[in-house]
Design a protein around this ligand. Sequence first.
Ligand code: F6R
Length: 606
Amino acid sequence: MCGIIGCVLKAGSVAPILHKGLKRLEYRGYDSAGIATVYNGAIYLKKDSGKINEIHARLNLDNLPGSIGIAHTRWATHGAPSQVNAHPHLDCDERIAIVHNGVIENFLELKEELMDRRHTFRSKTDTEVIAHLIEENLKSGKNLLEATIAAVRRLKGSYALAVISSLEPDKIVFARNESPLIIGFSDSANFVASDVAAFIEHTRKAVFLDNGEAGYMTPSEFRIFRIDSGVEVEKRVIELTWTVEEAEKSGYPHFTLKEIYEQPHTISEALKAQEKYLDLLTEFLDRGREVFLLAAGTSHNACVAASYMFSKIARLNTIPVIASEFIENYGRSIGIDSIILAVSQSGETADVLTAVENARMTAATILAVTNVVGSTLTRVSRAYVLQNSGPEIGVAATKTFTAQLTVLAQLALRLARRRGKLAQYEIDELREELRKLPELVEKTLMISDKPMRELAKGLANARSIFFLGRGISYATALEARLKVMELSYIPCIAYPAGESKHGPISVIENGYPVFFIAPYDPTRKHVLGNIMEMKARGAKIYCVGTEGDNELRENSDWWLGLPKVHEILSPIIYVIPFQFLAYYLALERGFDPDKPRNLAKSVTVL
Ligand code: F6R
């Protein structure tokens, strides 16, 4: 997730406006930034890696000439954060500058094609191919809008982009597919941006672009066309009522809630994880004598789920280990044929990095799944896959957990195929289930928000809450517990449902809230027995199961039915109600869900 903004002014200097707009978009990414303007027949460009303030201190981002320009704040997906990889990107002749938010899936083949035609690439980004495609189209006699439309017709993937050119210095051309893009307009300036927060100080009149639309703006007008047919479209004007602060959160009261609701999008971005890196990781995973899944906190819970995925479909046994325990438990026994798959959203967690360093010393192979290109973890690992979630501002991990699971499920599927452990029809079925995930998540968000908000009112004074699940749902129980505990500060317990009778059941007394996570999978047949054990001791049973499972419904005091989903993907769906529960419990109890006490987003101490 990156942030883009473009602005055409009737008069005056655009750079300070773009700089301020970038600051408002910084929550969308902050590893590098840049601004390009067009003035007097030339493109002016300033960009670098680092936070916007640091770049401004070095380069003075307010000081570029001209009244038309584009800007970008980056969250790297292709190519490490660096000056050359920062946006805007230029074509060979430096007549076009482009900013882009999204992922171009076919950029490697386009790049090869363009290099064969002698285009010179400066960066490792997917975006730069678009600048060169537009360059070719301009040379063939098209105007900037036609050249951009012809270029984006060749792209597979997601994009929101804005383009300026010294050949048509009075306009910005823009296009959108899957990544957000909004136009703001007033008598003195027109804007195009990833988010209204970028321009809401200047105008409250907005038009939201839909997928497959492109257009241009000059200081006096803007027009929008369908990319496929070229037909002009009329759009509805929206009068924005948000404050600047609300706009940064897209109207949600907290980043945590915004990020919970972003999951259909972040999962679909995680499904675009780069094939060649998935293949590389799969190859290494298949080679090792032993595979450790190394992580902390929520990422560890994702690893627990992943260990079920790997063994269930790829018949690979893996060991999920809490990072801070790794050296003591396995430090002396690992070696050259050990594989360490480190999972860390930030790529900077000290416990993970220390364990990885220890493993590296023994010549073990380090692989990673992370959200941050250029993080220490990406630099010390042999190969890594990005989860493409964009920055997560809420301290508690929500969208990054489900994105990690989505990447790990893709790895498990590839490994299963490579090892010949699934029949073709099973592979096809699971692929189809993965494809449908964003839709299913959307549906689950709709189903769960209100019931969990209501439930939080009743549970706000609970002294403790129990979470139980069998099989892969044990991982969901662990994550449900962590979310609820860290946001509401209610002490919680999570156990494999079958294990609870071996001790923890002794804490149960009349009315004790016990949640069962019980999708209709092979473990379901035993869940009823576990419910009965708890009921017999007076527990109040809250069950999240599969829609239509009347037997569980009838035996529960409270019930939420979720859509049917493939067993190994169930944590992605079943965690969602608990993210809501944690969020609403924090509100009910008067706590800030975005900033739970005593916690930091990235834990860089041991
Ligand atoms: C919980 C949470 C933490 C992190 C943990 C690891 O909501 O956010 O438990 O999951 O600190 O962080 P990463 O994944 O960055 O290594």
